[in-house]
Design a protein around this ligand. Sequence first.
Ligand code: GLP
Length: 245
Amino acid sequence: MQLNIYKDHHTLSLEAAEAILATVKNNPTAVLCLATGDTPAVAYELLVKKAMDEQVDFSHCIFIALDEWVGILPENEGSCHYFLESRLFKPLNISASQVHLFDGMATDLAGECKKMDEAIAAKGGIDLMLVGVGLNGHVGFNEPGVSADLYAHVINLDDITRLIGQKYFQQNTVLKQGITLGLKHVLESKKLVMMASGLKKAEVMKKALEEEINILMPAGIIRMHSQGVVMMDETAATYLTVKPA
Ligand code: GLP
């Protein structure tokens, strides 16, 4: 695992945008799984701008969803669908045929998971997975205690996730379950970038990176990935004991 610490959120975002761009420049048919959330939001803005400036062609890439809230409409501004559509797919001119998202409204959620697993396998796996970290250490919606042997699955959200998740919604929203790629997908991705930003993530990142790897801290999985890169800003790295020179 590689650990890169940047001086601030903007520099972190710039480098994360560069990492995505580099993947697509090297492999125009790359399969990308890009997390939603506050952490990568500026990176995606910069990515869109740079992709336009440098005329990087995303028209042959495939986009795979990391996760979605169950029971939330795609047009709800708090949905992962809406986030990706408005911040990446629309500005980058991505066509529907390039995109595989979870339908959080599906009546057959197990079927949704199966479809996603099959889509990923059919595309030859995920080339670049970029994830954030929840305050409880979750990755996607892989909550503390989840098995590392799962592919896509539906999961009951823990209390912290339900509470923190409210920040994405304009009004108080009932959040009970998530549908998510599994830690098996995370481990099998060809490259894994984990982003963390801000003091609020400092404690969880210390646990993930320095305590014994254990299922109660899913973000620790990055240390088991041979092509894992942690990208964080200095404030998120506040409590790390060992920092790169
Ligand atoms: C959310 C999402 C994750 C995201 C994480 C961190 O609940 N399910 O995919 O990476 O929590 O979110 P944020 O970047 O807003 O802190």
